[in-house]
Design a protein around this ligand. Sequence first.
Ligand code: ADP
Ligand code: ADP
Ligand code: MG
Length: 668
Amino acid sequence: MFKKILIANRGEIACRVIRTARQLGIATVAVYSEADANARHVRLADEAVLIGPAAARESYLVGERIVEAALQTGAEAIHPGYGFLSENAEFAATCERAGVVFIGPPVAAIRAMGSKSAAKSLMERAGVPLTPGYHGDRQEPEFLAAQAALIAYPVLIKASAGGGGKGMRRVDRAEDFEAALASCRREAASAFGDDRVLVEKYILKPRHIEIQVFGDSHGHCVYLFERDCSVQRRHQKVLEEAPAPGMTPERRAAMGRAAVDAAKAVGYVGAGTVEFIANPDGSFYFMEMNTRLQVEHPVTEMITGLDLVEWQLRVASGEPLPRRQDQLAIDGHSIEARIYAEDPDKGFLPSTGRLTHLAPPAASAHVRVDTGVEQGDEITPHYDPMIAKLIVWGADRRQALARMRQALAQYRVVGVQNNVEFLARLIALPAFAEADLDTGLIEREHEALFPQREQVPDEVWLLAALAEVERDQRLAERAAAGASDRDSPWRRFDGWRLNGRATRQLLLRAGEVQQAIGIESQSGGGGLVLTLGGQRFDARASLGADSELQAQLGERRVRAAVVAAGERRHVFFEGRSWPLALANPLQAGVGSNEAEGSLRAPMPGKVIALSVAPGTLVEKGGALLVMEAMKMEHTIAAPCRGRVKSFHYEPGDQVGDGADLVEFEPVA
Ligand code: ADP
Ligand code: ADP
Ligand code: MG
């Protein structure tokens, strides 16, 4: 076994690898970019090497620099994680040449599976079933359009070098093919440096079922069952589970065999995943093979009781696989939810910022949180916006689901937009509970998943007010204890004291709605009387250091959390979060009339195309400009019928978050 390894990655996966290495007594070397100098993976590793500036292209993707770091620190092997260089055959070859073990498959296997097109040809020869389509070398638009017509619409254009759901366009009509192809090519060229594509039949109502395989250098290969990753947005997984609901032992064995055949066809060694797309009738087609550890590997670990990173390290150091196929079994059910810094209401656009408050549910034998960040860390625009993976185990699917529901209800994130509540709604869908799964679930359930903004419940206003009183009191006590902070904000509330008889009014805001809460202290005992909308409530509360609030509202005892961030007050109550704000009565209304659909950059990125000429009349929703951010294209659309007066940027320009992009004039 190795004595020291280097991890050529960041975020949760780097932390995940470090955890197992430590258990096995292996020293770890982290690499990091300037943006990650303080990142969790750097804090956890035994040593860390700075490899370059924030941009991945200049740091995490510079193979030579990373291999050099391994040589400098005496690391014998490199774990590439997923993403970045994990499926880069050149990098694996560079490691090999330098005499450093690449913890992954042989260069030839990565190469063989690196292009979805070439992999499909190879699988065709190995007798693995394929999605109908064209995956040859010809790339002329007219030829590909003709192939699409032959396959019959809808079709899917995919970047051969694609991954992470990027570089994919569904096309429903022949007249849209050319534009979709051009946009797909652009995204592929920028994200993968390769604009070749393939065209496939778009399967309707499919499930994504993948098989975990493992090979060793002694000629063994096993499969560790399947994962169902059908719940996706933007062709990217959001929820994953194992085993796949409804899977029969016969089909599992058939898919397992097909996956092992696929792996053997390329002389596979290490962890790999063979992804299939399954028709409603159960028939399945090979989609691609990911020659690395998968993001969702923990669900397999939870149902097999194995540590897949440990297997990777053993296999890479030349040991045989720890188990034979007949020694592997499934125990229970596991579900993973990817917690992302993103805004579900804005098309899942990544969100960046500091995690001013981050409280995941407590880890236990049944609840696991894999993360690369802690409270106070920042989600930057440079890398993937995943905050954590939340994984639960249950004796059966129903129990796993119940645990997931509870864990999500406890998850608190403040500082970035995030998908925690979206996930909670998702797993609460009857269709999900009944395992009526396919990749269209999120779109189909749009109404339930994106509800209209609801009215803030009375309890939420009251809890926010109680927390405010507690907070003020704490400040007052601190000041009274002799602190010399004469400017402390509590002084604004002079004239109001808990043990006095004064009444105070607190003004809170939720979006456009403003609410006044009267706060009156009861003489003796520390109880309060709150008034809200003409109703009176007896209340008392205590606020913990972690923002947790225990409160008594009339006869009811409730637990909540109220997190303060600047003027904002995030109330977490009964599995929901309510972003409120303190409203200074003198400034009421300020900031509430920000135009919806303003034509600002939703995040830092690059302008790649202007879709219309200035002066053109555009209908509501029409494309105005295309930006690229986090390797994905985002179209800035007209908020209403109108005319572009001018563009403030040219294609190729970098723009900051919130940059004013377009001067737009509504036309009735
Ligand atoms: P998987 O295929 O493992 O289920 P995805 O397809 O969602 O997962 O994402 C894998 C790809 O997405 C990677 O190859 C990488 O391009 C990108 N990716 C996702 N998360 C990260 C991350 N935290 N760091 C780097 N790359 C990531
Ligand atoms: P990536 O490399 O980005 O993971 P995949 O080829 O694995 O790309 O496809 C990602 C997702 O896109 C799949 O999980 C599936 O939901 C969807 N998808 C892929 N191919 C098809 C298809 N032919 N028809 C319908 N959906 C598809
Ligand atoms: Mg895939």
